[in-house]
Write a protein that binds this ligand. Structure first.
Ligand SMILES: [Zn+2]
Length: 454
């Protein structure tokens, strides 16, 4: 820690007091190669291995197998043992916004106090890492800026792939209907991560603005929403031509588009135009699920925000929003069951966006609950884990890293558990059973060493 008066680096010797560092996270990373053995190794894709072992060199996984098969070759390396080892989790639909209210003037107020939002997000990314999430796909928010703070070492958190602004038509889901438009435009001009665009030229410019900011994926509104006041989740937003223009523009820069879609019309139009991920997918029926498969698109259902909304009701939503949620919740549960039964590729996403310390619901770090809902809707625990690990990179198209699996050459992003998630998926629902977290080969959490920036 540079600048700490209790260490000797570069300091006046008068301040060089012998003091034990509280948490020494540098101990493990100094060893460039090590092994992790486990009673159970879940690779993310494929069959689990009993008494498994992975070998890590620097930031990459260099070997995967049984402990016996690798024992001799790597006997010289330091070893760590965990009960279960599996890839770090991916949440493919979060928002890092530092929100305590999801809609209305309170939402805008939080977005105009960005130091406040940033401070809340700093805690949120630590909660995510603590819960075993080593990667998140941030579908609008301050992710690009928070990622910069993580990369430079100011914060610790997951790798963030961000859309930057959500792009909406005027009056669409990400326009804030109860604000005068000039106020909305002013907030956007001062950094609120939202944009409206109408007609092909404005749509192209909106995509280019996100590319300019460094977005890894582009997020658009393919249908109306729940939290927005004056649109209908069933209706398509953006015309077929506008969606196609944005898909093509993103593709020229090797990005894919993820479309917020509840209603079927928006799902079908988005898929036909080449959108690669459908977010929410609430009114997906058999025909839409078949088109998902034909187009090789990925479904990110975000059931957790819906379940949270049902619990919190008007604490979280307006009367209009809650009425919409009740309809969407029923439809979406059927859609998820259809998608799973038909074998649509699913990735885990939660739409988690709240930052309320002390809340047992509105916070980051409970994102693993999403796997439970997918199992309840028909997935096996192993399928849900694949959706939360190996399928994560599929939501990034050409921007995907080699990650999400315990596989030779892949990023050394993995976690240790003190339980078997194939027997009880809820062990992934929070940080309690996540004993270890490694990201890029570096250990950020181990027993007695909580996730910390100090
Ligand atoms: Zn969202």
């Amino acid at each position: 820690m540079r600048g700490n008066p209790f260490t000797t680096d570069g300091m006046d010797p008068a301040f060089a007091l012998p003091l034990r560092r509280a948490v020494d996270h540098t101990e493990e990373p100094k060893k460039s190669a090590f092994c992790v053995t486990a009673d159970l190794l879940i690779p993310g894709k494929g069959d689990p291995i009993k008494d498994g072992c992975i070998v890590i060199s620097g930031t990459k996984i260099t070997a995967v197998g049984t402990a016996t098969s690798l024992a001799q070759e790597f006997s010289h390396l330091p070893k760590y043992h965990v009960k279960t080892v599996m890839p770090g989790l991916w949440d493919c639909h979060v928002h890092l916004l530092g929100l305590q209210k999801v809609a209305g003037p309170a939402f805008v107020e939080s977005q105009q106090n960005m130091a406040l939002s940033g401070a809340r997000c700093a805690r949120d990314v630590m909660l995510l890492l603590d819960a075993g999430f080593t990667s998140v796909r941030e579908m609008a928010g301050y992710g690009l800026q928070i990622e910069r703070a993580i990369q430079e070492g100011t914060l610790v958190g997951p790798k963030i792939y961000s859309a930057n602004c959500i792009i909406s038509p005027t009056g669409g889901h990400a326009d804030i209907h109860d604000l005068p438009k000039p106020w909305y435009d002013d907030a956007c001009a001062h950094g609120m991560p939202m944009a409206t665009a109408d007609g092909i030229p404005e749509c192209l410019k909106a995509v280019r603005m996100q590319l300019r900011a460094g977005a890894n994926v582009i997020k658009i509104c393919g249908s109306g929403g729940v939290g927005s006041e004056r649109d209908n989740p069933v209706d398509q937003q953006f015309s077929d031509e506008e969606i196609k223009a944005m898909v093509d523009e993103a593709a020229r820069a090797q990005r894919i588009i993820g479309a917020h879609c509840h209603g079927k019309a928006g799902i079908m139009a988005s898929l036909r135009a080449g959108v690669k991920t459908i977010e929410h997918g609430s009114y997906m029926d058999d025909e839409a699920a078949d088109l998902m498969k034909e187009k090789g698109a990925v479904l990110v259902v975000t059931r957790l925000i819906v379940e949270n909304g049902l619990v919190l009701g008007r604490e979280m939503l307006s009367d209009i929003g809650y009425a919409k949620l009740l309809k969407v919740a029923t439809a979406q549960w059927e859609a998820l069951k259809i998608a799973i039964a038909k074998g649509v590729t699913c990735a885990i996403g939660t739409d988690s966006c709240g930052s309320i310390p002390g809340s047992e619901i509105v916070k980051q770090g409970l994102n693993g609950k999403e796997l439970y809902y997918h199992v309840k809707a028909g997935m096996t625990p192993l399928q849900a884990i694949e959706a939360a690990t190996a399928n994560g990179p599929l939501t990034l198209g050409p921007q995907a890293p080699l990650a999400g699996q315990l596989k030779e050459g892949y990023d050394a992003d993995f976690i240790g558990l003190d339980a078997n998630p194939l027997e009880e998926i809820r062990v992934l629902a929070g940080p309690g059973h996540v004993t270890h977290v490694w990201r890029q080969g570096k250990c950020y959490k181990s027993p007695g060493h909580p996730v910390s920036i100090l």
